[in-house]
Design a protein around this ligand. Structure first.
Ligand SMILES: Nc1ncnc2c1ncn2[C@@H]1O[C@H](COP(=O)(O)OP(=O)(O)OP(=O)(O)O)[C@@H](O)[C@H]1O
Ligand SMILES: [Mg+2]
Length: 229
């Protein structure tokens, strides 16, 4: 069972979107996914909640931050999900620290802008100091999102900034696409959306490449589990 936290103290960077996309790709492989929605705005509960009625492999919960540890332990007992994805609010609150401390991998989404990268670097620093207190090294990656498909000089600066800040990042980036923007309205991440559409196909390919990177980072070649027909 892998626990992945999507963390950023900045709003609108794409945490909930990325989390929904990863959930969609895992569900598409027949994996059992549990989403922990620690955002008081209940974004993922609104977006993906309705999916759960058709998909028993998907469960969602909105525990109190104080009860997170107990909640995760309860999930780990019998019938445990394959993946637990934790989404937090885009603000500096205790939930971020608690959720990062419990995760096997923390993903910090950021658009290629100075403001997002500054904030991402702060979150990475905070994560490292939390783990250092326990003599541990955190596993984390920056995920560049809302990347413009046409490379601009500003975007080139942003990629250089990522290197300068020594932020480890996924090679895969999520481009700015309609298929991602629609998730909030349709409740369908790319893997579960209309694959006849080009935007959806391209988004699905990006998410697949990103998911492969995640799997190899977590070092578990988890067997594909196709849902029984
Ligand atoms: N790759 C993308 N392409 C196009 N639009 C995107 C992409 N990623 C996110 N968005 C859009 O950007 C907005 C913010 O995304 P999202 O809600 O995922 O961010 P967040 O970090 O979870 O925000 P908050 O901190 O408020 O929870 C949404 O309208 C979403 O549709
Ligand atoms: Mg969100």
């Amino acid at each position: 069972m892998m626990i992945i936290t999507f963390a950023s103290s900045k709003g609108g960077v794409g945490k909930s979107t990325a989390c929904a996309c990863l959930a969609g790709s895992l569900l598409d492989q027949g994996r059992r996914v549990h989403i922990v929605d620690l955002d008081g705005n209940r974004t993922l509960t609104r977006w993906l909640g309705p999916l759960g009625s058709d998909m028993p492999q998907l469960t969602l919960a909105t525990p109190d931050t104080q009860a997170l540890t107990e909640h995760l332990e309860a999930q780990g007992r019998g019938g445990a999900p394959d993946a637990i994805l934790i989404d937090v609010a885009g603000a500096y609150e205790r939930a971020i620290t608690v959720a990062m401390a419990r995760a096997h991998l923390t993903i910090i989404p950021a658009a290629p802008t100075e403001a997002d990268l500054f904030e991402a670097s702060r979150v990475a620093g905070h994560l490292k100091s939390v783990f250092a207190a326990f003599g541990r090294e955190p596993l984390y990656r920056l995920l560049l999102t809302q990347v413009q498909p046409l490379a601009s000089h500003a975007q080139a600066h942003a990629f250089h900034e990522v290197d300068r800040l020594a932020l480890p990042r996924f090679d895969t980036v999520l481009t700015h696409r309609a298929a991602y923007q629609e998730i909030g309205f349709s409740g369908k991440p790319p893997h579960l959306a209309d694959l006849a559409r080009t935007s959806v196909q391209k988004a699905k390919a990006e998410v697949d490449a990103w998911q492969k990177e995640i799997q190899s980072l977590l070092g578990k070649k988890q067997p594909e589990r196709k849902a029984a027909a």
